[in-house]
Design a protein around this ligand. Structure first.
Ligand code: MLT
Length: 312
């Protein structure tokens, strides 16, 4: 068998390249290329390992005459044109477990940051003010957390929240009653979650079913004083309606790690009191980046060496 060739086109933990070499896969790490530059070289490769920067478009796939597999070191495959890949017989893989804990922890961190207004309190204190009376927080103990999505990440958030003595309700059409019992959470319909939750966190991919799930209409159904965290995908929340909800005081706080348009260099939400943002850091821990790099390299190597190259 000829040695398969893999291109790593986004910055990735060095363990990925090491695994490819150890497994006998030729690997090139060429990051930061423009789409045109990527098109010029992609034809050489059997496998492509990416994070979120490389956009695997129809045009890239057309030029990828030898490509058998794309591996995303991470969860979301929104940067891959899946229909175009499927039409060409290119398999697309992700690493659904490698960064789940990290992303769940970021959601919990943002929930606490909202509950105690940590970023604003920090900025105020470091500005030399001592505004002890300005920052009255809320406890999370005894509060109801509404999870929209109770898959890999949502279920980890649930376990952490239960440890914090919160009640957890979840809206997830794929959650079976047995799994809800196993997780110690209550499965509810979306309207009930909106009515009951003191905190809402989102943990779903962006699909036709989930797009705008927190629409203006649904945000209006939330409990007054709700705090909302999104570390999943932009486009799940109507950002203009969120801004209006924060301005009116109906929504007590919101934290977004993800935005409808990324990078979010500008947003009407920026500067809104009780609004916190981070630049899509959900998966950004050293542990998660090592995990996803190892997983993607092992999966691609298995695929290319143990039966994936049938049309070579
Ligand atoms: C993912 O889908 O794995 C996360 O959102 C992380 C990322 O895209 O960087």
């Amino acid at each position: 068998m000829t040695q398969p060739k893999v291109l790593i086109s986004d910055k990735m933990d060095p363990k990925a390249a090491q695994i490819f070499r150890d497994r006998g896969v030729h690997v090139d790490e060429i990051t930061g290329k423009t789409p045109e530059e990527l098109k010029a070289i992609i034809g050489e490769y059997d496998g492509l390992a990416i994070r979120s920067s490389t956009k695997v478009t129809k045009q890239i796939l057309e030029a990828a005459t030898n490509l058998k597999v794309v591996g995303r070191a991470g969860i979301g495959v929104d940067n891959v044109d899946i229909p175009a890949a499927s039409a060409k017989g290119v398999v697309v893989m992700n690493t659904p477990f490698g960064n789940s804990i990290t992303t769940a922890e970021h959601a919990i961190a943002l929930m606490f940051a909202l509950a105690r207004q940590l970023p604003e309190a920090d900025a105020s204190t470091q500005a030399g003010k001592w505004e002890k009376n300005r920052f009255m927080g809320v406890e999370v103990t005894g509060k109801t957390l509404g999870l929209i999505g109770a898959g890999n990440i949502g279920s980890i958030v649930a376990s952490r929240a239960l440890g914090l003595r919160m009640k957890v309700v979840a809206f997830d059409p794929f959650l079976t009653p047995e799994r809800a019992v196993e997780l110690g959470i209550e499965k509810v319909e979306l309207d009930e979650l909106l009515r009951r939750a003191d905190f809402i966190t989102l943990h779903t991919p962006l699909t036709d079913q989930t797009r705008n799930i927190l629409s203006r209409e649904n945000l209006a159904k939330t409990k007054k004083g709700v705090r909302i965290v999104n570390c999943a995908r932009g486009g799940l929340i109507d950002e203009a309606a969120l801004k209006d909800g924060l301005d009116s005081g109906h929504i007590a706080g919101a934290a977004l790690d993800v935005f409808e348009t990324e990078p979010a260099k500008d947003s009407p939400l920026f500067g809104t009191p009780n609004f916190i943002s981070t630049p899509h850091l959900g998966a950004s821990t050293s542990e998660a980046q090592v995990n996803v790099a190892i997983q993607v390299a092992e999966q691609l190597s298995d695929f290319l060496l143990l039966g994936g190259i049938t049309n070579a």
